[in-house]
Design a protein around this ligand. Structure first.
Ligand code: FMN
Length: 312
């Protein structure tokens, strides 16, 4: 598939705030993710040059195509953000029209824009006019259950210069539950010429094929990659032994360049628990893993868990 003039493969890692950090993205890339995104960044933060944002914008050396996602509701500020020197190194800029979180929606950002399509169109126009780079959009199919606007939104995005659209096949109201609306994703694909990326509940070959049956050009995987960054090589049928502890070590070592062990000990806990979720002998270590205050101790525990698992 081509996003404007950039050739990309089919399997993307979803942007996930607080989760798809530089270390996780690097590991997913090493296992074959074709595109990885820096998580959503507030357009206002880009205009204020803050240090936390700068760290979030770091990219891994194997991220050959760099994508950042931004959010906001003011077309002028969004255009300024697109032109920010902080985004200079990025190849693709994605706009978030899907975030369901209350704190985002109450500001009129993310999925709230699915209720104001005129403004959504203006944001697309101002962002695409501010750069020659491809600007893409990520949407949900609507805000409320009975308010499916996906095809309208896709057409508006295309008419305003957006180069590709990702559709998470749920409404805002559904949050992360209920089933994915494959029919709507299929209709979106049939209504626009720009590439369409299908998203929602892809966790294995069966669910990947179900998504591909809609005719989408690419597939984005979020929660299915948590604790399983190797899902990309599995779905691409790449042979080879996966050293799970080595993957975790790479994840951690990459982050250690940017964050202290104290910071990482807390922020990485959720990842560590995801990594051992399917390891049968891990239960006796879980509490310790969830509470330890020392990163090296966490790594030693993980090493032990995976060594024991290998013996079984
Ligand atoms: C913890 C978490 C954080 C997320 N953060 C973002 C985000 O920053 N931007 C975004 O567009 N979507 C975000 N999402 C939504 C995912 O990108 C994706 O659309 C959603 O999880 C559905 O895909 P899945 O079923 O493969 O997980 C987030 C999801 C999760 C679980």
């Amino acid at each position: 598939m081509k996003i404007k003039d950039i050739e990309v493969g089919k399997l993307f890692l979803a942007p996930m705030a607080g989760v798809s950090d530089i270390g996780f993205r690097k590991v997913c890339k090493s296992y074959g993710a074709d595109l990885t995104y820096v998580e959503m960044i507030n357009c206002n933060a880009l205009l204020h040059n803050n240090e936390h944002t700068k760290k979030l914008l770091e990219t891994a050396d194997n991220e050959d195509i760099k994508v950042v996602q931004i959010f906001g509701h003011d077309p002028e500020l969004m255009a300024q953000a697109v032109k920010s020197p902080l985004l200079e190194k990025f190849d693709i800029i994605d706009i978030n029209f899907g975030c369901p979180a209350q704190k985002i929606v109450k500001n009129g950002d993310g999925s709230a824009l699915l209720k104001n399509l005129e403004l959504l169109g203006k944001i697309c126009k101002s962002c695409t006019s501010a750069t020659n780079k491809p600007v893409t959009a990520k949407i949900r199919i609507g805000f409320n259950k009975n308010d499916n606007v996906a095809v309208d939104v896709a057409k508006i995005c295309e008419a305003n210069g957006i180069s590709a659209i990702t559709v998470h096949g749920r409404t805002r109201e559904q949050m992360y539950s209920g089933s994915v609306d494959y029919d709507t994703i299929k209709k979106v694909k049939q209504s626009v010429k720009i590439p369409v990326i299908g998203n929602g509940d892809v966790v294995d070959e069966k669910s990947l094929n179900k998504m591909l049956e809609t005719g989408v050009d690419g597939v984005m995987i979020g929660r299915g990659a948590l604790g399983r960054p190797w899902i990309f090589s599995e779905l691409k049928n790449k042979k080879g032994v996966i050293d799970k502890f080595e993957a975790i070590k790479n994840h951690v070592d990459t982050l250690r360049k940017y964050y202290t062990d104290e910071e990482l000990c807390v922020t990485l806990r959720k990842h560590f628990l995801w990594y051992v979720r399917d390891v049968s002998g891990a239960s006796k270590f879980r509490l310790k893993l969830a509470t330890t205050e020392n990163l090296d101790e966490s790594l030693n525990l993980l090493k032990q868990i995976f060594e024991e698992d290998k013996k079984q």
